[in-house]
Write a protein that binds this ligand. Structure first.
Ligand SMILES: NC(=O)c1ccc[n+]([C@@H]2O[C@H](COP(=O)([O-])OP(=O)(O)OC[C@H]3O[C@@H](n4cnc5c(N)ncnc54)[C@H](O)[C@@H]3O)[C@@H](O)[C@H]2O)c1
Length: 264
């Protein structure tokens, strides 16, 4: 399906040691891209890159550190001479009731989820401008489209990322650099299914989502592939929910057309 869609392109993918970042790296490689994998988890990141073989490498990258970004981008330019795609995927989730809010947690989570993508974009943009274009995909969340209890810090970080996406589409559009956001719903990764529960059990939690199941990391990777590719050449500043319909609205059990078997 993906064959050749990214032929001749190079991509940096953050948080690529597992979950959606790993799935994205695998799919992009299959689509013909050269892929640079960044993560703080060196052991897992190296293993993923090794399994991808030629035209991929791993480099330790803490997205919240500007120096790490300079080293990563310098490395890609030295090896391949161009950066066409940046997938800002690395992220941290954090749950807290508001009375237990800790400013240090806020700084840490926003540092990775929001400042990280900004630093990445800042560092790749001069190279994309010089090359005459590029595509940036920011992995936000359904929590960047609506609110959820206990997720104040995470939600702030993901709404911010969505807003940044829209602002930068104006700033960079004249340079043919497109910037879009992807909003995954529940996805079966170490973050989305931290207890590693079997699929059938997790799907119960998602019964009220229109597609009535958790998503697979590859399903999000395919959305990023589309936005990263030339097939999305007139799309910028957009938000794409990959959430099984979770943010489409509310399930109202007493009205006609409600899915069968769900309790009131
Ligand atoms: N899984 C879900 O249900 C879900 C839903 C909506 C949005 N998301 C978002 O999708 C993205 C990927 O999530 P996932 O489910 O694959 O998560 P995950 O926890 O499985 O993987 C995240 C990766 O990011 C890396 N990382 C963490 N901090 C980093 C840093 N400072 N620098 C570089 N790498 C760092 C981790 O080491 C890990 O490899 C995240 O931004 C997350 O917020 C996930």
């Amino acid at each position: 399906m993906a064959k050749g869609q990214l032929a001749g392109k190079t991509a940096i993918i953050t948080g690529a040691a597992q979950g959606m970042g790993e799935a994205t790296a695998r799919l992009f490689k299959e689509a013909g891209a050269k892929v640079a994998l960044g993560d703080v988890n060196v052991e897992k990141g190296r293993a993923v890159s090794k399994s991808l073989g030629r035209n991929s490498f791993f480099r330790k990258l803490d997205v919240s550190k500007e120096r790490d970004w300079q080293a990563m981008v310098g490395d890609v330019m030295k090896r391949w001479g161009q950066i066409d795609i940046l997938i800002n995927n690395a992220g941290l989730v954090h749950f807290t009731p508001i009375e237990a809010f800790n400013p240090d947690d806020f700084d840490r989570v926003v540092g990775v989820n929001t400042k990280g993508p900004i630093l990445g974009i800042k560092t790749v943009v001069p190279h994309m401008k010089e090359a005459g274009g590029g595509s940036i995909v920011n992995i936000s969340s359904v929590d960047g489209l609506r609110g959820a209890n206990g997720l104040t810090i995470y939600t702030a970080s993901k709404w911010a990322l969505r807003g940044i996406t829209k602002g930068l589409s104006f700033e960079l559009g004249g340079h043919k650099i497109r910037v879009n956001s992807v909003h995954p719903g529940g996805v079966d990764t170490p973050m989305g299914n931290s207890a590693g529960r079997p699929k059938e059990e997790v799907n119960q939690i998602f019964r009220r989502v229109p597609l009535q199941r958790i998503g697979d990391p590859e399903e999000v990777a395919r959305a990023s592939l589309f936005l990263a590719s030339d097939a999305a050449s007139y799309i910028t500043g957009a938000e794409l929910a990959v959430d099984g319909g979770w943010t489409a609205g509310t399930y109202i059990p007493m009205l006609p057309g409600a899915p069968e078997g769900l309790p009131l």
